[in-house]
Design a protein around this ligand. Structure first.
Ligand SMILES: Nc1ncnc2c1ncn2[C@@H]1O[C@H](COP(=O)(O)OP(=O)(O)OP(=O)(O)O)[C@@H](O)[C@H]1O
Length: 583
């Protein structure tokens, strides 16, 4: 069985154990320092005041002041140490989560909303800060205080101390009564908030679509729905906390009442001095407020527990595509590629249920250096083939081999370093054009970058920009045209110099001029490499060495343009439909 999130959290705090232990020792020191304070009060009442002993009075007051000053200083130092430790811990967990995210396979990103993932790294880790800084500090400080003070009370007057202790289980009952609901409410709150974050993230990223459909008002209503649910969830949590802490407060007062009633009776019976009763009364303020605080903090604990559950669920997600224990680095490739009876389904749970598999029995063998066009109707599995070549997913059956190596037996890093991919919707990162071009090869020289941009037909438009290569492109390259983005992506791929090239050809968004520039760039890029192109242009298809014709996840036909036309099969039908009028 898995350890509880809290236990696992404690394991994560190990690197910060130095500052945490020091902080706890300082808490202990500050607590022990305060123990004599009520006793000084007792000495003032029982000894200094009745005997009008001025010298004793001054000494006791000086001791009192000294204790408080020292305690204030210790608290300051302790808070600094523990707050820094808590923040460091949060930073470490954030880095760990991001690093783990990088190792996860595309299927994780297919099934988890971006907003949710971002929430894990930002919001859930904030709860860890609250837990380490607030909860741990208070719980440790308060537990030490309660145990020390109770022990001391038993030492001075055990009858009365026993009466005080009898109230304590009531606090536990009160907490247990609410605990389950608190947990459920905290979970509902967090899950709804994840949905709101997912929604927000999507709508901000797709502002153009929202506007083009004039859906602003509907989106506002949906967002308001999520936020109002958050209001409701939060109100429930606040009400629960209020109920819990009001009852805890009452129980604290009950404790004080017990001391006054029973202690007062003992004083009247001459079994205890007045000063001891006053000191007792002062000591119980060391006990009940911390216990009431425990109860209040249980809300932080529940929230943090939910956050920790989320964090550990993400950290426990295994990368589906992972290097085998004995995976070897792929040597420099020639570029042969083989699909051997490949079957695949995106849906792991219900593979192929009620519909054809995404890919079934796909076999082909491509010698190094060939240009391969993949064609077929929409949804026939073209993109899936390139996803499997790059090992974004693992095949369900059969194998994909490069130069005779099953790609599951080599490291994904060494495989992907030799594959270049230019997608239909090229994504650039915010940063300069130069940074974007050298993304896959950060150590490229200026000359190599210019050569790549030239070969990609991008140099000319870049130099016309006022800031040239230092031009900062917007988020996801939004300040460039579709054709310009595509050429930057081609330059990026050229600079990487891969042996296998994957190209998802986009035509629809481009004008003829742009299309020609891209086509020239592609032709240069494809020289001396094995290239797979999801092809839409007739020229690309005609010039390909091999055409793979996909149909409902199967390889329907394979051959050159001329061969396939003579077959009178799917390809010739598609060709007739699509290129009826090549002019
Ligand atoms: N990430 C995914 N998760 C689940 N199913 C997917 C995913 N990507 C694609 N599919 C499904 O797999 C099938 C094949 O999709 P694929 O993207 O390979 O088709 P395609 O031939 O490239 O289509 P198009 O020409 O429209 O881009 C489709 O039925 C599609 O709905």
């Amino acid at each position: 069985m898995n350890a509880s999130p809290f236990r696992r959290f404690l394991a994560l705090t190990i690197p910060q154990r130095g500052p945490i232990i020091l902080g706890v020792l300082l808490i202990l020191a500050a607590t022990l320092l305060m123990l004599p304070a009520p006793w000084i009060l007792k000495l003032i009442i029982d000894d200094a005041l009745p005997g009008k002993n001025m010298e004793l009075m001054v000494k006791l007051l000086a001791a009192f002041t000294g204790l408080f000053m020292l305690r204030a200083w210790l608290t300051l130092v302790r808070n600094r140490i523990l707050q820094f430790a808590a923040m460091r811990l949060v930073c470490d967990i954030r880095i760990k989560l991001f690093a783990h995210l990088q190792s996860l396979s595309l299927r994780y990103f297919d099934t988890n909303q971006t907003g949710r993932t971002i929430g894990r790294i930002t919001q859930d880790t904030n709860e860890v800060y609250a837990l380490t800084n607030g909860f741990l500090i208070t719980v440790i400080a308060d537990s030490v205080t309660v145990v020390c003070v109770l022990g001391f009370l038993f030492w001075i007057e055990w009858h009365l101390a026993l009466a005080v202790t009898a109230v304590l289980p009531l606090f536990v009952f009160n907490y247990l009564h609410h605990r389950k609901r608190m947990r459920q409410e905290s979970r509902a709150h967090r899950d709804n908030w994840d949905k709101v974050m997912g929604f927000l993230n999507e709508r901000v990223a797709a502002a153009r679509v929202v506007k083009s459909f004039a859906k602003e008002q509907d989106e506002i209503s949906s967002f308001a729905g999520g936020i109002n649910a958050d209001y409701f969830n939060f109100s429930r949590i606040v009400m629960r906390n209020t109920k819990l802490s009001v009852v805890a407060d009452l129980l604290g007062s009950l404790g004080a009442l017990v001391v006054l009633a029973y202690g007062g009776w003992m004083v009247m019976q001459g079994q205890m001095e007045v000063g001891t009763l006053v000191a007792f009364n002062a000591y119980i303020t060391f006990i009940f407020p911390p216990i009431v605080r425990f109860v209040d903090l249980s809300a932080i604990f529940q929230r943090a527990n939910t956050g920790l559950e989320n964090i550990f669920t993400m950290l426990d997600t295994k990368p589906e595509v992972a290097d085998a224990a004995d995976a070897k680095a792929l040597p420099a490739l020639r570029g042969e590629l083989e699909f051997r009876d490949v079957g695949f389904d995106y849906d792991l749970e219900m593979p192929g249920k009620g519909r054809p598999r995404t890919l079934s029995n796909v076999s082909f063998n491509i010698p190094a250096g060939k240009i391969v066009a993949i064609v077929g109707p929409s949804g026939s599995g073209k993109s899936t083939i390139i996803n499997l070549i790059a090992r974004f997913y693992d095949v369900a059956s059969g194998a994909v081999l490069v130069d005779g190596h099953d790609i599951r037996t080599v490291t994904t890093d060494s495989l992907r370093k030799q594959i270049g991919i230019v997608l239909q919707e090229s994504v650039l990162f915010s940063g300069t054009l130069e940074d974007n071009i050298k993304y896959g090869r950060p150590d490229a020289t200026r000359e190599q970058i210019l050569d790549a941009a030239n070969a990609a037909n991008a140099h000319e438009f870049i130099t016309k920009l006022p800031d040239g290569y230092a031009t900062v492109v917007g988020e996801r390259g939004s300040k460039l045209s579709g054709g310009q983005r595509q050429r930057i992506a081609i330059a990026r791929a050229i600079l990487k110099d891969p042996r296998i090239l994957i190209f998802d050809e986009a035509t629809s968004a481009l004008d003829t001029q742009s299309e020609r520039l891209i086509q020239q760039a592609m032709e240069r890029l494809m020289q001396n490499r094995t290239s797979f192109i999801i092809a839409h242009r007739l020229s690309t298809i005609q010039n390909a060495d091999i055409i793979l014709v996909m149909d409902q996840g199967r390889l329907a036909e394979m051959g050159t343009h001329a061969e396939l036309l003579t077959k009178d099969g799917l390809y010739s039908r598609l060709h007739a439909l699509q290129f009826k009028d090549p002019a």
